[in-house]
Design a protein around this ligand. Sequence first.
Ligand code: FE
Ligand code: FE
Length: 185
Amino acid sequence: MENKGLRELYIDELKDLYSAENQLIKALPKMAKAASSDDLRSGFEEHLEQTKGHVQRLETIFGQLKENPKGKKCKAMEGLIEEGSEAISEYEDAVLDAALIGAAQRVEHYEMAAYGTVRAFAEELGETEQASLLSETFEEEKQTDEKLTTLAKEINPEANQGEVDEEGAKAPGSQQNKNKSKRVA
Ligand code: FE
Ligand code: FE
């Protein structure tokens, strides 16, 4: 086996992230389209623009390293996106939004872990400028995760209310009404 060092590991992990970010560029418009909350939809659209910037930062780094960013497929991101699309087919309305937030937060946490790792490698390798580019992306992933947590605080209670009709009244058979009748019985 070829004796690869930390620099090779760093480049391999950057390639993995390049694949992950490019997969997300394809997935985020589908997640935005599936969202019923306007805030969630615009959140996904905003993060799509940020994600294009993440790809550009990686391209800048690959340019500095004189390496080709292509050649790896991030299987972890493939799996996370796959689970997100399962949610799209299984749920609807606010419950779907709650599922989309969960899927998106899994993605953001994966990216935070990956960017934290490559940033530490860049620092160790003396690539200070690259470390700070990777830090910028890390911070944007973290802010996105925090925004999703805030959105979940609005959306989870809606998802727990069951169907709401046009006037905003709870439809019979909603989860809360079911619980109530259970308690009465
Ligand atoms: Fe990203
Ligand atoms: Fe992200």
